[in-house]
Design a protein around this ligand. Sequence first.
Ligand code: GAL
Length: 410
Amino acid sequence: MRYHLMTAAFAASVAFAAPAAATDLEVTHWWTSGGEAAAVAELAKAFDATGNKWVDGAIAGSGGTARPIMISRITGGDPMAATQFNHGRQAEELVQSGLMRDLTDIAEKEGWKDIVRPSSLLDSCTLDGKIYCVPVNIHSQQWLWLSNAAFEKAGVAVPTNWDEFVAAAPALEKAGITPLALGQQPWQASLAFQVLVVALGGTDLYNKVYGEKDADAAAGPEMATVFKAADDARRMAKGSNVQDWNQATNLVISGQAAGQIMGDWAQGEFAVAGKVAGTDYSCLPGLGVNEVIQTGGDAFYFPVLKDAEKSAAQDVLASTMLAPATQVAFNLKKGSLPVRGDVDITAANDCMKKGLDILAKGNVIQSPDQLMSADSLTQVNDLFVQFFNTPSMTAEDAQKTFAEIVAAAD
Ligand code: GAL
C-alpha cells in the first residue's frame, strides 16, 4: 500500500515537472572562437535541461558583422527567438519599435532588481520603466595578457606594468618574439587606445576626454603620454599579421607573441588551450597602472513572436540564463564575471579574482559608448586605426587631430 502511494506520488511529481512539449528556440550571437563556443554551450545545455531545445544561431565574424544581420532579421519579419547584444543602447530602436518582448513580469517575479549587480546592467535593459533584456555577464576590456614562457625565453621577468612591458620589447624581439599581438580588425586598435587612455591617463582624464569632451585635456601633457605609449604599442605590434582577436590571443598562448591588450574574453581561449592563470600566463588589469574595469558585457533580448508556445519558452530561457548554476558555468568558461553577486564563484581563476576584487572596490568606469555619441566615437576610433596603420603619422599630429575631434564631439 505504502509502496503504491509512493509510486503514485512520484509519478505525479514527474508528470508535474515534465515540460508540456519541447520547444525549439533559435538563439543568435557572435560567439564563435573556441572559448566563446565552450561558454555558449553551457547556456545551451542549461536550456536543453528544461526540456526545450536551443537551436544555435552563431554568426561568424565580430559583433560589428553580426549586429546588422540580427537587426535586419528582426526588422524584416524573420526574428530569432533570442539574440545577444552588448550592454547599452544597441537594441534601443528595436525596443522602441515594439519588436522586443517586455520581460518586466518575469523580472519582478524573480526579483532581478535585487539580484543583478551593478544595477547599471539592468538599467541598460530598461526603457520607460520596463525591462527588455537579461544581462548575462560583465566583460571588461582593460587587460594586458602576457605569456610567461615568452618572457622566460627572452630572459626577462614577466612585467608588472606597462612601462616594464615596453622596456622588455628589445629583449623579446631579439628572441624572435613579437612583443604585442594586435589583430588587424579595426575595433582591436580602438580598444587598445581606449585602454591606454584610462590605464595610463587615469579615470579623471578618461572621463574628461570621453565624458566632458574637454579639448584642453585632450591636447594636454597627460594625453601626450598616452599618445607616446600608443606609439610604443604601434612599434611593438609590428609583425603581428593576424585578423581576429582570438588569432592574436593564440600568438600569446603559443608564446610567439608576448602580450595582448584585450578584453577578459581572452581568458576563454587560454582555458580551452589548457593554460593556467598565474602559471602559464599573467594578466594586468589596467595595464598594471590604474586597476579599473568597465562594466560592459552581453545581454539577451527576446523578439516578439506570434507563437504562444515559443513565447512561453522564451520566459524559460530568460530565467535559465540568470539561474545561479548557469551564471557560474557560463561565466567560468567565458572569462567574464557573473551578473549576480550571490553565486559561488570560488572556482574563479587568479585573473577573474582580480576582476571581482576591482568590481567590489567599485573601481569601474562607463564605456566610451555610454559617454560619447556614436558619430564622435567613430571619428576617434577611425583616427586611432589610422594612427596604427600609418607609421609616418607622428604621435603629436595624431594628438592634434584627436583634440580637434574632442572639441567638436557630443
Ligand atoms: C564582445 C562581447 C564579448 C566577446 C567579444 C569578442 O562584444 O561582449 O562577449 O566575446 O565581443 O567576440
